[in-house]
Design a protein around this ligand. Structure first.
Ligand SMILES: Cc1cc2nc3c(=O)[nH]c(=O)nc-3n(C[C@H](O)[C@H](O)[C@H](O)COP(=O)(O)OP(=O)(O)OC[C@H]3O[C@@H](n4cnc5c(N)ncnc54)[C@H](O)[C@@H]3O)c2cc1C
Length: 385
């Protein structure tokens, strides 16, 4: 849809993603969902396809693609399965964090293994008592001179079953609020870290959402990625990118919905003619097509702003809010148009519908997008009086 200028290298990455998704992922994703887990070797297979260092610069072994190209890659993956795409983008984002802000030891010690799919990353911000108010995290990092002891619990962490390296956000000074938050790189086998069982959810089990408990976990000065004062900003720095990514994923699910429902209603008959000749159904799916197009434009509008280094918070919030709603409603419409057949696991619609619901929570709920948009509106209309 959106006409995006990608360079030759980026086009090659998108082609790799398409091949990986249409082959390996398509063969297994239904089974992973039935098993309620995705095996670890998927990361290895993704790395073999060149999809584990997407955002790492090329001279460090990554593929160094821009935001628009990342969205295209995620569309290819999500067309087949959103949860696999999400697991991979979380891992890739962690590698990007280290590439951008890591110490030389982190860059040397972790990045090659992450790009090779041997070390899996996870982003630990949300806690059991709440995720929307991220600045209010309660996990404590007590200490000084760069050495800290971590205590607390994290919840709803993607890649929890397989993560080897944890990007942990913790509060060094509760009185300082958001300014007290720092981030640490913690290998999962550090004494005091307990991996909790992944949740059973509506769907999307390949994401492997689960929790971690930290009891007197010692971290040294070399493990701090972002110091207090910058931790919250760092956690939020990638959020616009993440929101644009989720919007693009929704575009792909809508495309999959139409690609499934349209051939069905063209060939199936009711009341002596093809279902596709019923105006009610035509209009229902025409609305899906419109929403898909609008979601696409919003997603790439945000992506372009991110690539240009412009202010992107409002654009990303609009894109995520609109596209996640469109995907949930649009997939519901596609399923309805297919009658009972739409419920069958032979088709991807039920899996995508569950993923569209998940998309309404990850990287900030729909309501939090409205908080961002309302703030921008008020700023735009505020007078000095
Ligand atoms: C599959 C999955 C994977 C995830 N992966 C990760 C991960 O890798 N790392 C990570 O840190 N987190 C992750 N999350 C957590 C996700 O970011 C949170 O679920 C999200 O931020 C919402 O937090 P919450 O679920 O605690 O809802 P709450 O914060 O408890 O909110 C509950 C409801 O209140 C609404 N609400 C809250 N504040 C306001 C307000 N000011 N105005 C209006 N309404 C409001 C919310 O929109 C929501 O509807 C994941 C979640 C899911 C479902």
């Amino acid at each position: 849809m959106s006409n995006i200028d990608l360079n030759e290298d980026e086009l090659a990455v998108v082609a790799d993603a398409k091949e990986f998704a249409a082959g390996y992922v398509a063969r297994h994703c239904r089974q992973w969902e039935m098993d309620r887990e995705m095996p670890r070797e998927v990361f290895q297979a993704a790395a073999d396809a060149g999809l584990c260092g997407l955002l790492v610069r090329t001279d460090r072994g990554g593929r160094g693609i821009g935001t628009c190209a990342l969205l295209k890659v995620l569309e290819e993956l999500t067309y087949v399965d959103m949860s696999v795409a999400f697991a991979l983008v979380v891992h890739n984002n962690h590698a990007r964090f280290i590439d951008n802000a890591g110490t030389p030891d982190m860059i040397e010690g972790y990045l090659p293994k992450m790009i090779a799919g041997e070390m899996i990353g996870a982003f630990l911000l949300t806690e059991p008592q709440g995720g929307s108010d991220a600045a209010a995290i309660a996990m404590r990092a007590e200490g000084d001179k760069g050495s800290y002891v971590l205590n607390g619990e994290k919840a709803w962490i993607s890649n929890a079953p397989h993560a080897d390296l944890l990007n942990v956000f913790a509060q060094t000074d509760p009185a300082a609020g958001a300014r007290g938050i720092a981030s640490f790189q913690v290998p999962v086998d550090t004494p005091g870290v307990t991996r909790l069982p992944a949740y059973e959810m509506l769907g999307c089990h390949a994401i492997g959402a689960g929790g971690f408990r930290f009891e007197n976990v010692q971290v040294g000065p070399g493990q701090q990625l972002v110091p207090a004062g910058q931790g919250f900003k760092a956690a939020m720095a990638g959020i616009d990118l993440a929101r644009a990514c989720v919007a693009a994923m929704c575009v792909a699910m809508l495309r999959a919905g139409l690609d499934t429902a349209m051939p069905h209603i063209l060939q199936r008959h009711a009341f002596g003619r093809p279902l596709a000749e019923q105006q009610g159904l035509q209009w229902q799916l025409a609305d899906v097509a419109t929403d898909m197009r609008a979601s696409d434009l919003l997603a790439y509008d945000a992506a372009r702003l991110i690539d240009q280094g412009g202010a992107s918070a409002e654009a990303a919030a609009h894109a995520k809010k609109f596209a996640t709603r469109a995907a949930f409603n649009g997939l519901n419409a596609c399923m309805q148009a297919m009658g009972a057949d739409g419920l069958k696991q032979d088709y991807p619609l039920a899996r995508h519908l569950a993923a569209a619901k998940v998309a309404q929570y990850v990287d900030g709920t729909t309501e939090i997008q409205n908080v961002v948009i309302s703030r921008a509106l008020q700023k735009a209309y505020q007078t000095d009086e």
